[in-house]
Design a protein around this ligand. Structure first.
Ligand SMILES: *Cc1c(COP(=O)(O)O)cnc(C)c1O
Length: 373
């Protein structure tokens, strides 16, 4: 059996090598490493993939959020609601821009932002909601957009982890995750679905005025007062423009692997396999199981002892991080996010996992859970 890896970038590169090398050679021949035509070519590819009017590439996912928030021209101190169970860069950027992060609890089954929790947090200062399409599945966009319309607030979708997921409206119409709210954005960091070779991101929108402002901000910001003085590099864009063609294929391979895990864990009550929302496809950027909190760390250690990598996303709910202690949250405020941070574990999940590896992983998970219940 081959060593089990958490991600597949090396194996994926090996398969795409001829195509990627050709794309890199074109860039190197021109030496336009900063704003080569490949950057705009990739922007057009992602616009067409997501069916949005305008994509504005930038230096990272964090910068894409920054760009999106700046484009909204919110007043200082405006409140931005985001899930307490997600990546800590999000509230850091909100804070950095002089806005106030407001953490909402998530749903116990999908681990995604709960619209009812959001509604309870709305105040006259609420300016935006940032639903994060967590682990490969969409947030409940219909409910969130209804709230947004009623209270005149913006919705910025973080589609980093669910690029390629589709959202189904009650009338059966579908839309690509990320293209549904007022602005969407994504990171292409090596650990994310499209996995470029370093930092990269993009924001996108179908609102012409917001698109124009984002474009303007990028031009003005270069070397100026904003942090997104960097931009998507030409080599990264060239790589992404190749990889986006394979995204659906990678997503389908992961769905197949998810079915393997689902079957293996179906009879075991102590393991909650990832829930599939009815309104969204699931691209399984992560396959995150839930176990009893007193079992999670032991399970991870047991897997490690058997050379099986796994990851805890996220070990601390955002509202209890020391960085946000000035907001005066306390333990118990957002109980679902708090429990999830102690009870979830992401198993290896990528297009290159083989059946013998999956069988081995499942056996070790099941053995540990059964022996310790
Ligand atoms: C990684 C990540 C980001 C940040 O992306 P960077 O490119 O590292 O700045 C934002 N949102 C989510 C959901 C992420 O997982």
């Amino acid at each position: 059996m081959e060593d089990i890896k958490m991600t597949a970038s090396k194996a994926q590169y090996a398969k795409l090598k001829p195509e990627l090398d050709a794309a890199f050679s074109v860039v190197m021949a021109t030496m336009s490493l900063e704003e080569g035509p490949q950057v705009q070519a990739f922007a057009r590819s992602i616009e067409s993939y997501l069916q949005v009017q305008k994509a504005v590439p930038c230096g990272s996912g964090s910068e894409a959020l920054e760009l999106s928030l700046l484009a909204l021209q919110l007043p200082a101190g405006a409140e931005v609601i985001l899930p307490a169970f997600c990546y800590e860069a999000l509230p850091e950027i909100i804070t950095k821009l002089g806005l106030k992060p407001v953490f909402a609890d998530v749903a116990a089954d999908t681990f995604i932002l709960d619209p009812a929790a959001v509604e309870r947090l709305l105040t006259p200062a609420t300016a935006a909601i940032v639903p994060v399409h967590l682990f490969g599945q969409c947030a409940p966009m219909q409910e969130l957009l209804e709230l947004a319309a009623k209270y005149k607030i913006w919705v910025l979708e973080d589609v980093t982890q669910a690029l390629g997921a589709t959202y189904t409206w009650p009338d059966e119409q579908t839309q690509q995750a990320g293209a549904i709210g007022h602005i969407g954005y994504a990171s292409f960091y090596p650990t994310k679905p499209t996995a470029d070779a370093g930092e990269g991101g993009t924001a996108f929108t179908s609102n012409a005025e917001l698109a124009q402002r984002m474009q303007q901000l990028i031009s003005d910001g270069m070397g100026g007062k904003y942090t997104f003085s960097t931009h998507l590099e030409t080599l990264q864009a060239a790589m992404l423009d190749v990889k986006i063609k394979y995204l659906n294929g990678y997503n389908e391979s992961r769905q197949e692997i998810a079915r393997f895990y689902d079957n293996a864990f179906a009879e075991t009550e102590q393991i909650q396999a990832p829930n599939r929302a009815l309104y969204s496809s699931h691209t399984y950027q992560q396959y995150t199981i839930k176990v009893a909190p007193d079992m999670r760390n032991g399970l991870q250690q047991h897997l490690r002892d058997n050379f099986i990598p796994s990851m805890v996303y996220y070990p601390q709910p955002l509202h209890l991080l020391p960085d946000f202690s000035n907001l005066r949250y306390k333990k118990g405020d957002l109980p679902v996010a708090e429990l999830l941070s102690q009870s979830t574990l992401a198993l290896p999940m990528h297009s290159e996992l083989k059946e013998d590896q999956l069988t081995y992983i499942c056996q070790h998970v099941l053995n540990y859970v059964k022996q310790n219940s």
